[in-house]
Ligand binder design. Sequence first.
Ligand code: C5P
Length: 415
Amino acid sequence: MALNNVNILVAVTGGIAAYKCPEVIRRLTEYGASIQVVMTESAREFVKPLVFQAVSGNAVHVDLLDDQAEAGMGHIELARWADVVLIVPATANTLARMACGVADDLLSTICLATRSPVIVAPAMNSVMWEHPATQANLKTLQSRGIILLAPEAGSQACGETGIGRLMEPEKIVESLKQMACDGGQLTMKHVAQSTDSSLLKGVKVLLTAGPTREAIDPVRFISNHSSGKMGFALARAATDAGAEVTLIAGPVKLETPGGVKRIDVSSALQMHEIALSIAGECDIFISVAAVADYRVDEIKAQKIKKTGDDMTLTLIRNPDILADVASMETKPFCVGFAAETENLDAYARGKLQKKNLDMIVGNLVGVQSSGFNSDTNAVDVFWGSSGHVAYSSRSKESLATDLITLIASRYGERH
Ligand code: C5P
């Protein structure tokens, strides 16, 4: 079953949509998940804990100081037990408390104590949902890697019509099912997420993606394994966030995301020329391309013939596109990628400084479910002298949404 051996900590907070949560739990258990339930004080005003005890098969947790728990620290035990924390429904109050890092009840403390993915399914009155405070809290939470199961539009319990209805229970369960179990660790695959379409409204974003090809002669070239998937996913996420996106793509077999202006290039020199000619008019430059560091000094006009047992090619350095953009007089907000096989933190931070970047996304390549050609990726993002967020393995689409949210929030602070 899709959720066999998956420990899901379901947290219920105090909104009318709490009545839909038992249905979510019932369906999750049908797919094999083990469920523990935490309820906030106000959730218990809407639905009795006994209902959740019956559907989950376990006593409901309500107190921060629990004399039944080993060492009296129920929040730590539950935080460690959970493979994923699912807050359904999540009220505006809960989102605000999480954004501030409040830890004065069982749920808020678990949210700080867990290393597992935290998913929120908000439900509230549409005016509360649209309030800038709620939207700002959501942005903060998403920038920390919290996953949003966005509320839907429709008629609400309060009599209004608008966005704020809890995502339908079966869709919530579908999202959870799409999380793959990878060696006991949950991997986020295609959890439904939405990007706020006003995050980068009117902002011009330039990206490079894919490999470059350095020709040796008319039939041969030097290249690398970059698939372009991460850069294309970021281009899509930036468009979804309202940006005007230009994507300079090396040779890849990927469809252009809707609304993106794509410019195809082959070599690092071509990518360099186009990027430098556009970057000055852009607000954000995201350099995802795996640009070849070297090219052959002289591309032969005719196919090189076999002669002796060995052959020597002289390679010369390619320009560093990202470093050149970052040293422009009116430079855009510059985000680099650092693919490393070891010492990720030190190497990525080194490049952040050396290339004068605003942010760097480091990822380990050559490991399973991360990096080149993989559909999933796990990254560590660094900025300034101590800024750091780690995103555990998830689909490149989902990661792109998280990264664009983080980039937008850092860019927003600068401007
Ligand atoms: O120094 P390194 O190649 O590891 O840095 C990686 C970052 O620099 C990536 O963001 C990549 O797109 C960019 N880069 C570039 N031009 C190069 C080499 C790397 O823009 N010639």
